[in-house]
Design a protein around this ligand. Structure first.
Ligand code: TRP
Ligand code: ZN
Length: 891
């Protein structure tokens, strides 16, 4: 392997040459494809005395010819070629010139799923981040923005549909059974947004009339067979288009919007200009085959990609370090969209759960990096939950600090200033600041410091002068390459509850020797946002008539770990009364966390486990509450995940945590059996499936109750679950019953799994769920089942969804992946090497499961480390896997 090159943000330089217009022609073939590109180039500083070399990126390409202004260039004399670049030594520096390049590529052999490849017989592209260089020689960087035309030619029988970005301007037949289509995209774009699709596809057509009265054609393309499953995607697209107009005043800017669903795709979806390409799992849904959560993710991801049209495409990134500029902002936008379409607090709880489950561990491990990374070896490795989810939290903090209207003013200014440009995170920050004349103090640190800040709070009530003080201190932990950290502006939303559980009116706060009004308009506030910007800071509320219980960090106003002096009594009180639903849920989670940690200690000391009566009581009152939203109840009765608890231990002990969580679940099920049974009875329905908040909430609550009950291993409950399985009229209910049943090893488990496969073997997306359910199982020695499933005829290592279900699923079971005999680690080590030869992006995602090996005991550490060393010593390793594996070992 060539030594991988690390790229640094601090080395960013403007390009010496810009591209103006790009004309591409693809001649698609069954063995190879010819790509001709015709580019108008102009130097950045026209008329410079000396010309600088023009460096083009290109990987796995066969160069057929290269010309400047019609003149053929000669190798060595005019240009130099190596494995990564084509360098033209002295192109004309005085004026515009045309660069013509012809390359040959081999899509049929491309298993990496980047560049041009084949999925189910159809041609598909994926160019983000740096895949365009696998199509032709180009300056493959987002600050090169050009207008494109694209002519696609291919066999008409094999590829009747030919799509690219923009508007269709011409089409027709050619000799030899071939045909062509010419597409023209009027908007300038970076090459990562280029797309081409060709093949046998059919479309569901719809339209949307924009608020200014333009009619936009909407087409969702799939195989003929899958077409009936695009109803929900079409609904989601229209809802997203309407929402962006209503909430951000943003209208779609072309007359056609295409979505194509493909089965082989490395990520969820891609926002190519007017030709979004989606992983089929993020488009296709029917009541019989998809879960409520699939419907919800489709809504969110269709929204996400659509919203990129403004946040990503019209305004794009200067360089890849700025990725969160588009991704953090667009995730924030899709979260808001889903909130408005469903329940805001339930959505917030779900998003924070995801942040804690994936981003917190990343930020505390060897791959920790800031929202805007300082360096990378392979950009693909930085499409992380830090860039996406923590990035979205950073955007959300602007909104918390500025209010909805101030945030909107900032967005408007951002588009006004930067439409058509490739910009940086500072540009976004400056727009938010300037539109509001805001003081953001040291807020920019959020972009450059890695690590989850810890904020400690202590409180004091002075009954004589009726003041209540909150003292904060903040600490950002050291992370690889960043030993020292600075304080940063943290917005903490706070309310104070009186003894009846009501919010107290907050009038004024002393801070920094000044008395501030709690609200801008002079009215009392019930929630106020405190700005913590120093290492230590105190806020004193005045006119507080009694000792309050504080509700801190309402709505999770900053992505931090909060360490407060709240007692269990306070937490039960907040759980019962807080007007902030997020904090009601949070109080329950804190109680459960405390309980789990103390039981883990008992378990490790071989003490008998016992469940505290207050906890059961609190749990029962939530479960049986007749007023609370049912989906909220379902969230509130879900215990913190095993990963979350392991993260709080000095040495993560997967066996102890698993034993404790299972113990609590089983005991709650047995103490509250009647309540759970009643919940199942009351929430059944034989009405046709509807995806809306009330039906979804009902199903979620019923199904979580069933899952608690099934942990009892009681034959009557097994009968009940089997009956639910057999009589279910939609996949959500059927799969929930199946999941409940397979918790326990035995004949019923085997039978029902076989039955399910028999029913659904013709539907690849349902088969993926079946793989996933078995892979993630906690039943002892599951690695052997997973090894068998690798050989199953329906399994395919080249398909990322299958890999995600089976391999990713397995790594998500702490007991089996971290089995003390090392069998889980050995399995993953083998798979990573096999997968790396096919799909480096996929392999690198899998190898990440090793990254937190230092969190475990010495035996496990040694076993995991040995696998990482084995991987690193392998010849021909991809840069993707090299980066993750080497950083994991070093960190
Ligand atoms: N920009 C895509 C998104 O919406 C991410 C993406 C899709 C991607 N496919 C990819 C990133 C392949 C890297 C490689 O989030
Ligand atoms: Zn995105």
């Amino acid at each position: 392997m060539e030594t991988p090159k690390e790229i640094f943000l601090k080395d960013y330089k403007k390009p010496d040459y810009y591209f103006d217009a790009v004309d591409l022609t693809f001649s698609l073939g069954e063995e190879h494809t010819i790509v001709s590109s015709n580019i108008t180039v102009y130097p950045r500083t026209e008329g410079a005395a000396e010309s600088s070399p023009l460096v083009l990126d290109g990987v796995d390409l066969k160069l057929l010819s290269i010309k400047i202004d019609d003149k053929e260039l000669k190798e060595e004399e005019d240009y130099h070629l190596d494995a990564r670049n084509l360098t033209i030594s002295s192109p004309p520096s005085t004026a515009r010139f045309t660069l013509e390049i012809v390359t040959e590529i081999y899509p049929q052999k491309n298993t990496s799923l980047e560049g041009l490849y084949i999925s189910s017989g159809n041609f598909v592209t994926q160019c983000e981040a740096e895949g365009f260089r696998k199509i032709t020689y180009y300056q493959d960087r987002p600050d090169i923005m050009a207008k494109y035309t694209c002519r696609v030619e291919g066999n008409k029988g094999l590829y009747p549909v030919l799509l690219s970005n923009g508007n269709l301007v011409e089409e027709g037949d050619l000799e030899g059974g071939r045909h062509y289509a010419v597409w023209e995209d009027p908007h300038k774009k970076p090459c990562y947004l280029f797309a081409l699709v060709a093949g046998q596809l059919q479309s569901r057509d719809g339209d949307f009339v924009t608020r200014s009265g333009r009619k936009v054609s909407l087409r969702i393309w799939t195989t003929a067979e899958d077409l009936p499953k695009t109803v929900h995607a079409m609904y989601s697209l229209k809802a997203a288009m309407k929402w962006d107009e209503d909430v951000f005043g943003l209208e779609y800017d072309l007359d056609l919007f295409n979505i194509v669903a493909v089965p082989d795709f490395n990520m969820g979806a891609m926002e190519n200009k007017s030709l979004n390409i989606f992983n089929s799992v993020m488009v296709l849904a029917s009541p019989e085959t998809a879960l409520d959560r699939d419907y919800a993710s489709i809504l969110g991801v269709i929204g996400h990609e659509y919203f990129h049209n403004w946040t990503g495409n019209r305004v794009t990134c200067r360089d890849w370090f700025q990725l969160s500029l588009k991704e953090g902002l667009t995730v924030f936008r899709d979260q808001e969209f889903s909130s408005d379409m469903g329940s805001r607090s339930v959505k917030r709880i779900g998003d924070v759960t995801i942040l804690r489950k994936y981003q917190f561990p990343e930020d505390a491990g060897p791959m920790a990096h800031p929202v805007r990374p300082h360096s990378y070896i392979k950009m693909d490795n930085f499409y992380t939950s830090t860039v996406y989810e923590k990035g979205a939290e950073v955007v959300r903090m602007y909104k918390t600090l500025l209010g909805s209207q101030g945030f909107r003013r900032g967005m408007d200014l951002y588009f006004k200033r930067h439409d058509g440009q490739a910009v940086t995170c500072e540009d976004f920050y400056a727009a938010m600041r300037d539109a509001n004349d805001a003081d953001f103090a040291n807020f920019l640190q959020w972009y450059s410091q890695a690590g989850t800040p810890t904020v400690k709070v202590t409180s004091f009530y002075n009954s004589e002068v009726k003041t209540y003080s909150l003292k904060f201190s903040q600490e950002v932990p050291p992370t690889p390459g960043q030993a020292m950290k600075e304080p940063m502006l943290i917005p903490v939303a706070v309310g104070l509850l009186d003894s009846n559980g009501k919010d107290m009116p907050l009038t004024s706060v002393y801070h920094d020797g000044m008395l501030q009004a709690a609200n801008k308009d002079g009215e009392p506030a019930y929630t106020t946002v405190l700005r913590i910007k120093n290492k230590e800071e105190e806020f004193v509320f005045s006119e507080i008539s009694e000792h309050p219980v504080p509700s801190l960090l309402r709505g999770y106003s900053a992505p931090i770990r909060l360490d407060s002096d709240l007692t269990d009594t306070d937490l039960y009180f907040l759980l019962a009364h807080d007007s902030d639903e997020f904090n009601r849920w949070e109080a329950g989670q804190l109680l459960a966390r405390n309980l789990m940690l103390s039981l883990v200690a008992d378990f490790q000391q071989n003490k008998p486990l016992a469940l505290n009566a207050d906890f059961v009581h609190g749990f029962r009152s939530i479960l049986t509450d007749g007023i609370l939203d049912k989906e909220f109840i379902a969230k509130a009765i879900t215990l913190p995940g095993e990963g979350e608890i392991m993260d709080m231990m000095d040495i993560a002990d997967p066996d102890a945590v698993h034993a404790v969580r299972s113990f609590i679940r089983k005991h709650l099920a047995s103490e509250l059996k009647t309540e759970f049974l009643k919940t199942v009875e009351n929430n059944r329905s034989s009405d046709p499936y509807v995806f809306d908040h009330s039906n979804m909430s009902r199903r979620t609550l019923k199904n979580i109750s069933l899952s608690y009950l099934a942990s009892l291993e009681d034959p009557k409950i097994t009968e009940l679950a089997l009956n639910e399985y057999r009589t279910a009229t939609n996949m959500t209910d059927q799969f929930a019953a199946l999941t409940a049943l397979v918790q326990n090893p035995g004949i019923t488990r085997d039978d029902v799994l076989a039955d399910f496969y028999g029913k659904w073997e013709h539907d690849y997306l349902v088969v993926d769920k079946w793989f996933g359910l078995q892979a993630i199982s906690d039943i002892p020695g599951n690695v052997e089942n997973v090894r068998k499933l690798l050989m199953h005829p329906a399994f395919d290592l080249r398909n990322p969804n299958k890999v995600h279900s089976l391999i990713g699923g397995f790594c998500a079971s702490p007991v089996n992946f971290h089995a003390k005999d090392g069998s889980g680690y050995k399995f993953l080590g083998e798979i990573v090497l096999q997968l790396d030869k096919l799909n480096p992006q996929g392999a690198s995602r899998m190898v990440s499961s090793f990254s937190r090996w230092r969190r475990y005991d010495e035996t496990r550490q040694a076993l995991a480390k040995a696998q990482l060393e084995m991987i690193l010593s392998t010849n021909g390793l991809s840069e993707n896997v090299f980066e993750i594996a080497s950083k994991s070992l070093a960190g």
